[in-house]
Design a binder for this molecule. Structure first.
Ligand code: ZN
Length: 436
């Protein structure tokens, strides 16, 4: 098998695919693959797609034009797969690619890889010393099975970990009177406070090398402080600092903030599913380090996370997440006038339950100030009517409902009144049935 330029007959500019990878690809295509086959295959398909390649099969005689496979992405299932190009020469009948690709299996083991997105392990670290970089796979990305092989940048995991620790992914219950106050400085203060609990190298707190405005970087204060710290930095670790910025615009390699623009050495990363779909603002985490002695300290890489607004740093993966959160805030106001407090959380990592790992779209916590009843509910939003998609979400629903009361709604039925009624009814049951 070969990678070949797309839109060609597949007879020229061939790049051979190693046999071991081909065997893994066949197992994956026919629905028999292991997790490792799945990862290797998705990585091949993603690489082919990004480099405008097709895959030419070797089942036909050497002098014939080959049968071709095109790497494809099914957006509503967040799945990569191989599409046969049926207007081209056919695969031999006994070729594993003669038939369409088998549907990808639901992975129902206890250590479930279907939804799982875990926090990164170890240090808050996004830049390694050069020799290590050569010896092992770079830290840039980890496979993300939530989106079936879309790689999650390491910086994304680190940012989410910080967000989770700072709880900026929570819309807190409204104060007893008046409106909720939001400000960028309050959000940044929460994140800064959380940064004391992370280490970027043994003995070095993230809080010592994190900056929340572009000015510190532009004035080279970031650099000076890092240079001074580098003298005593633990030997096996690369000195690094982090910029945590609210951006009203990003280009492929520039972060535009209200207080200046920062150029990133590499292309700014996003999660695959949201590319080009979600509008600003963003919360951006960038790592500053030394790529080479000659270049000195530079902002090397960055991850841009869309957030609800410039002063509410709740991660939003899709454009409709913002309107869903606004709807939940409307629910919050409605319940508030009836004496029910509601807090809303957007999850950034999975929750482990007895049924396996799950990640509802939102978790709600509520408390009736009059009766004292309180409870939780998971919220699941169904964004497509595709049968395969609904089957996956049904599996998720069964896990959710085993753990919490669960409100499952199609996107078009997501309504503040409806959710308020559901919550009131859960509280009513709590009151009647005692504590649960
Ligand atoms: Zn073939």
């Amino acid at each position: 098998m070969w990678l070949v330029p797309k839109d060609t007959t597949g007879r020229t500019a061939r790049h051979p695919i190693p046999d071991s990878l081909k065997q893994g690809l066949i197992r994956w295509y026919t629905g028999k693959g292991s997790e490792a086959d799945h990862r290797a295959s998705v990585s091949l398909v993603v690489t082919a797609r990004e480099n405008h390649k097709w895959i030419a099969c070797d089942c036909r005689p050497a002098n014939d034009p080959p049968a071709l496979l095109s790497p494809a992405y099914l957006s509503f299932q967040e799945t990569y797969y191989l599409r046969r190009l049926t207007s081209r020469p056919q695969h031999k009948r006994n070729c594993p690619f003669y038939m369409p690709q088998a549907p990808q299996r639901l992975r129902e083991t206890t250590k479930d890889a279907l939804y799982e997105v875990n926090p990164p392990k170890g240090l808050f670290l996004a830049h390694q010393k050069a020799p290590e970089k050569l010896a092992q796979k770079p830290l840039d990305t980890d496979p993300d099975d939530r989106s079936r092989g879309v790689a999650i940048p390491r910086l994304a995991r680190l940012l989410w970990q910080l967000v989770e620790a700072a709880q900026t992914n929570v819309i807190r219950a409204l104060p007893p009177s008046g409106r909720a106050e939001h400000s960028i400085s309050a959000e940044m203060a929460r994140l800064r406070k959380a940064s004391h609990d992370f280490q970027i190298a043994p003995g070095i707190a993230l809080s010592d090398h994190i900056y929340t405005t572009a000015i510190d970087f532009e004035k080279k204060r970031t650099h000076a402080r890092l240079r001074a710290a580098a003298e005593t930095w633990p030997e096996d670790y690369a000195p690094q600092a982090f910029l945590l910025l609210e951006a009203n615009e990003i280009s492929s390699s520039e972060i535009v903030t209200g207080l200046g623009t920062i150029e990133i050495r590499n292309r700014i990363q996003h999660t695959g599913i949201i590319r080009a779909e979600v509008q600003p603002p963003f919360l951006v985490l960038a790592v500053v380090g030394e790529h080479s002695k000659r270049e000195g300290y530079r902002a090397l890489r960055a991850y841009a996370q869309p957030v609800l607004s410039g002063n509410e740093f709740i991660p939003t993966d899709r454009e409709d997440d913002r309107s869903l959160l606004r709807t939940l805030q409307a629910t919050q106001s409605m319940l508030h006038s009836g004496g029910i407090k509601l807090a809303i959380k957007k999850l950034v990592f999975d929750i482990q339950t007895k049924q396996g790992s799950v990640r509802p779209d939102f978790m709600l916590a509520f408390h009736d100030t009059e009766t004292g009843a309180e409870g939780y509910a998971a919220v699941q939003v169904l964004r497509s009517h595709d049968p395969n998609y609904l089957q996956l979400r049904q599996l998720e629903y069964e896990r959710l409902i085993a753990a919490w009361p669960t409100i499952s709604l199609a996107l078009e039925h997501f309504d503040a009144n409806l959710i308020a009624e559901e919550i009131a009814s859960i509280l009513e049951q709590r009151k009647g049935g005692g504590d649960a």
